[in-house]
Design a protein around this ligand. Structure first.
Ligand code: ZN
Ligand code: FE
Length: 760
């Protein structure tokens, strides 16, 4: 009787799982679960996920499913599970079956920092991978950066040229091993090798000696290049002022902050003020660069982040970094090896050909980087995390959406901090940060990233969406593309509307919102430069309800680099030339009298002085009005410095402004600023004023949820203030958090528009 009972209660279920389920230890996990619950059947990878068939008793199956959804491996993500009852086959054992090729729609995983188990092995003298610089397992190691194609198998990565030794092979094939099907598995015997190269061409191929040599060079205050996961870093001693300064000089990078890598969280806390949220971000498996507050007196070189109170910090994320930071007794600068605005360098030959004056020593290895990928950058505000750069660890970032997308959509982003977004079937994929498309090399990198994504996802666009700006590289690429592929539809979308949509996409918003899109500049519907925009928007359309009063940018692009020109323009709006020439401010002193007269003529006649409603430019103007008259060392410097100095003021006052006919008029503020001479107070009052403007406008539309997006919101003092006040008046708001709040988020906004506005 009992036997019959068992036969009757046996059930077989076919399961299909989609999501990030390949290359993350998912099959061995299923294998172990099936064994734990005494089930027969099999698991296999397929192009679109994982297929499972399980057979056994009802109650065992029930607990199997419970574990399946709650205990899945750390790097995996289940987007959907479908189940179907099928005929039993009396399977007693459970097997892992090899990959089947079919249509690819599984999601590509990003590169993940070294896990604690590998770290422990690396420190264990008895372990065969003791101090091994390429140790990894199914829970950690490179992914995106080494992948040529999916399904994620060793032959399709840059590890294909290394054939496994017997020990690695055994681990690779053992479902109970942590390295079961860990594609980049290797050891001293069979894996990539470290080597040192000098500019002279001299090499050191003995790994230990090569490593020692690089460490000694760093200790001696030299700059070196070291191969990481997605590209090379330029490294030097972060406590050596001379080393950091000479790095600045050789890289022609006067003030832009450098990121610093520390041995551990304890060392970071010695020089930075971390709150719990900062600490969690620093320690997270994605290991981003986290922007945190510096302690006032610290032993880091002052020139790492001059004039600002913040610094970008991160922890070692590869085994090689671990070895390095353990060998050195100080933190290191680890900045992407590239020429300004160009993509991160992935090939050692380019280091010497492109920057022979910056670096003369390289520590490299022979595991090729297929896809370059920069470090990610994030920061915390009072309530929210903000992403500044979406790259290693986070990207490619995929979302699963419920409704199937009717066409294959490719969104190209804007011109700065470009990312690509692909939308197809039930997936949206945002590429890693590509950068500013101002050089041939960056354009080339853009095309290569596009090719990789197209190849991996077997993707050919049916719709291309780009920025409305006629002169962006991405726009001209789009136009050329549709000329060649006449069946592809082209959509051009206003820049700031795309900012709003990006935030809406991140939070799956479909309803009408009140969107504050504040950034540098973008091309407006009227052909002018927008950037301080308030929209009422939904997924189909928008109305510009308010915008900041326009500023004449004297000399166009020169004004973007020289905030004092913006400040002068602000003065021209409010004062006569005679009044201005009488002023005794630092700003006026920084110009020759004749220069002011010439610029005034340009202003009066509108010569080469495009108008812009950009809030980013207003930040520049206020920055210069408060005494900073030098050209900017990097984009966003004015905002960062205003933010830093604002913290020194305890003022709670705000400047005057008015709202009239859709214009946010701050003329009175300019008069008020001219009466003051405390730059910290000016900065604080200015930021509080911007926050008040947002709240006042929000109160006029009490029923609309608020959306905040655009590069201006990288300012954590502003964001903390605005969100605090919005909470106080009980307003629902959405801010970009996991997707870059700057132009790195534009492609997602564009894709969201195309998804909602194209039909088959
Ligand atoms: Zn590991
Ligand atoms: Fe923008």
């Amino acid at each position: 009787m009992q036997l019959l009972g068992e036969l009757i209660s046996s059930i077989r279920i076919k399961i299909k799982i989609k999501g990030i389920v390949q290359g993350v230890g998912f099959r061995p996990f299923v294998y172990q679960l099936a064994n734990k619950h005494a089930l027969g059947g099999f698991v296999s990878n397929s192009g679109d996920g994982v297929n499972i068939e399980v057979e056994g008793k009802d109650k065992n199956l029930e607990s199997f499913f419970c574990d399946l959804e709650s205990l899945n491996p750390p790097l995996s993500r289940i987007d959907s599970i479908t189940k179907e009852y099928i005929t039993t086959q009396n399977s007693q054992n459970f097997k892992i079956i090899e990959s089947k090729n079919s249509v690819i729609s599984t999601m590509m995983s990003s590169d993940i920092s070294i896990c604690y188990e590998c770290l422990a092995e690396m420190k264990d003298k008895k372990n065969p991978r003791y101090r091994y610089p390429f140790i990894n397992c199914t829970n950690c190691g490179p992914r995106y950066s080494i992948i040529n194609n999916l399904p994620y198998d060793r032959e399709k990565t840059s590890m294909s040229v290394f054939s496994m030794c017997n020990r690695c092979k055994k681990e690779y094939e053992d479902p109970s091993n942590r390295r079961y099907h860990a594609q980049p598995i290797s050891c001293y015997e069979c894996g990539p090798k470290l080597r040192y190269i000098a500019l002279s061409g001299k090499e050191q191929r003995d790994e230990k000696k090569a490593f020692k040599k690089i460490c000694n060079l760093i200790k001696a205050g030299q700059r070196v290049a070291i191969k990481g996961v997605g590209g090379f870093h330029i490294v030097c001693d972060a406590t050596n002022e001379e080393a950091v300064n000479s790095l600045r000089e050789s890289k022609h990078r006067p003030t832009k902050p450098f990121a610093v890598m520390f041995k551990d969280i304890k060392s970071i806390k010695k020089v930075c003020k971390l709150n719990k949220k900062d600490e969690m971000l620093v320690l997270s498996k994605e290991r981003p660069i986290v922007i945190v507050s510096k302690k006032e007196n610290n032993f880091l070189a002052k020139s790492i982040a001059p004039n600002i109170d913040k610094i970008g910090v991160f922890l070692p994320y590869t085994p090689l970094h671990e070895l390095l930071l353990n060998e050195l007794s100080f933190p290191i600068i680890a900045t992407s090896a590239n020429l300004s605005d160009e993509p991160i360098i992935v090939d050692e030959k380019e280091i010497f050909s492109k920057m022979p004056l910056v670096v003369q020593h390289i520590l490299t290895h022979d595991r090729d980087i297929v896809n370059g990928c920069d470090d990610s950058v994030v920061l915390n505000t009072k309530y929210e995390k903000i992403t500044l750069r979406l790259a290693r660890g986070y990207a490619p970032k995929s979302f699963h959406i419920k409704n199937k997308i009717s066409k294959k959509i490719l969104a190209l982003g804007a011109n700065q901090k470009v990312t690509l977004t692909l939308a197809f079937d039930n997936s949206i994929v945002v590429s890693p940060y590509i950068g500013d498309l101002n050089s041939i090399d960056s354009l080339d990198y853009f095309l290569r990233t596009l090719e990789t994504l197209k190849r991996v996802y077997s993707f050919e666009p049916e719709v291309i969406i780009c920025d409305k700006h006629p002169n962006y590289e991405t726009s001209s690429f789009a136009k050329k593309y549709v000329k060649k592929h006449t069946n592809v539809e082209l959509i051009e979308l206003q820049h700031h509307y795309a900012h709003a949509l990006s935030c809406m996409a991140e939070h799956s918003l479909e309803e009408k919102v009140l969107a504050f899109c504040f950034d540098g500049t973008g091309y407006g519907d009227d052909g002018e430069l927008w950037g301080g925009e308030v929209f009422i928007a939904d997924t189909h359309n928008y109305t510009r309800v308010y915008h900041f009063k326009e500023i004449a940018l004297l000399g166009a692009d020169i004004a973007i680099k020289e905030p004092r020109r913006v400040a002068l323009s602000l003065l021209f709006e409010s004062f006569t030339l005679e009044e201005i020439l009488q002023m005794k401010s630092e700003l006026i002193k920084s110009f020759k009298v004749q220069e002011i007269k010439t610029l005034h003529k340009m202003f009066e006649r509108g010569i080469n002085s495009p108008k812009s409603s950009s809030l980013g430019r207003l930040f520049d103007g206020v920055y210069a009005l408060s005494g900073y008259t030098k050209p900017l060392g990097y984009e966003g410097e004015s905002g960062l410095i205003l933010e830093s100095i604002s913290k020194k003021s305890s003022s709670t006052q705000r400047y005057k402004y008015s709202l009239k006919n859709g214009v946010i008029d701050y003329s009175k503020m300019i008069y008020q600023i001219m009466q003051e001479n405390d730059s910290s107070k000016i900065a604080k009052k200015f930021i509080l004023t911007i926050s008040k403007i947002i709240i006042d406008i929000a109160q006029k539309y009490p029923h609309l949820p608020i959306v905040l997006s655009g590069g201006v919101f990288q300012n954590s003092v502003l964001v903390s203030q605005v969100t605090k006040e919005l909470k106080k008046i009980n307003r629902k708001y959405y801010i970009q958090s996991d997707i870059p709040i700057n132009d790195g988020g534009i492609s997602l906004g564009q894709a969201y528009f195309a998804i909602k506005n194209t039909q088959r």
